[in-house]
Ligand binder design. Structure first.
Ligand SMILES: NC(=O)c1ccc[n+]([C@@H]2O[C@H](COP(=O)([O-])OP(=O)(O)OC[C@H]3O[C@@H](n4cnc5c(N)ncnc54)[C@H](O)[C@@H]3O)[C@@H](O)[C@H]2O)c1
Length: 244
């Protein structure tokens, strides 16, 4: 019997990388999973998975919750807000449309999906929200101003959710991945050998992260073993952030 047998989850950004690994892991653990992505999810076919193709920036949180999660599963126990994008340039040269898009996808869509799902999740005995931040929820990077700002805000949003939802037995936490090999990083890994070298050298474990490393951490935070952990930012970066 799986860890999350019969429970229900929404995973955004489930067609690639961390989201896909998380959806796969939750299905293996017996959960029903609504996989939300702007792209079709070709690899994930499972009798307990429902995939919908939507852009989370399109003000569709209520639709995702009601017509999708409730209609298909009748409940929402877990919400994993994972869909995200980078969009890099300096603040001075940043195109305002790029700033707006990064904020809309990485932050506003997360807020809206939380807001829409919370009334339903209060009925769950195991209500858990996991937002995907970044080591950039703590650190900053030049030419990563929009991303860094959005991921810092994910920390503030999640801490607030933890305070507001505790009385309903719900927890809210965020994960802070380091450099993970996914759709976001693969192009730069392929084009710039310094990228991998930099992150591998900074890690005491001397490797880049894999999507499964993050899925494992999410799985733990969703488990009963993590029921007293809330408002926490869990760094999963192979120790990079500890390097002076
Ligand atoms: N890969 C890393 O090194 C790393 C590090 C820190 C944080 N993160 C975070 O992890 C999360 C997942 O990214 P990933 O690394 O797995 O990248 P990825 O590109 O492999 O996956 C992201 C998925 O999100 C989907 N998505 C993006 N914008 C969307 C939108 N507007 N509507 C619906 N779906 C959308 C994409 O289609 C894609 O399937 C992101 O929030 C990212 O910021 C990644």
């Amino acid at each position: 019997m799986g860890l999350h047998q019969g429970l229900t989850a929404i995973v955004t950004g489930a067609a690639s990388g961390i989201g896909r690994a998380t959806a796969q892991r939750l299905l293996e653990e017996g959960a029903f999973v609504l996989c939300v992505d702007q792209h079709a999810n070709e690899d994930l076919s499972h009798e307990h998975a429902v995939s919908i193709v939507v852009d989370v920036a399109d003000n569709n949180a209520a639709e995702i919750v009601t017509t999708s999660a409730i209609e298909h599963f009748g409940a929402i126990d877990f919400l994993i807000n994972n869909a995200g994008m980078v969009g890099g340039s300096s603040i001075e040269t940043m195109d305002i449309l790029v700033w707006d898009r990064v904020m809309t996808v990485n932050l506003h869509a997360v807020f809206k999906l939380c807001k829409a799902a919370i009334p339903v999740m209060k009925a769950s005995q195991r209500g858990r929200i996991i937002n995907i931040g970044s080591v950039m929820s703590t650190l900053a990077g030049s030419a990563m101003g929009a991303y860094t700002s959005s991921k810092h805000a994910i920390a503030g949003l999640t801490k607030t959710l933890a305070l507001e939802l505790g009385e309903y037995g719900m927890t809210a936490n965020y994960i802070q991945p380091g450099a993970i090999i996914t759709g976001i990083t693969q192009p730069v890994i392929d084009s710039d050998p310094n990228f991998s070298e930099f992150w591998i050298n900074k890690s005491p474990l001397k490797r880049l992260g894999r999507p499964e490393d993050i899925a494992n951490a999410i799985n733990f935070l969703l488990s009963d073993d993590a029921s007293f952990i809330t408002g926490h930012g869990l760094v999963v970066d192979g120790g990079v952030i500890r390097q002076a």
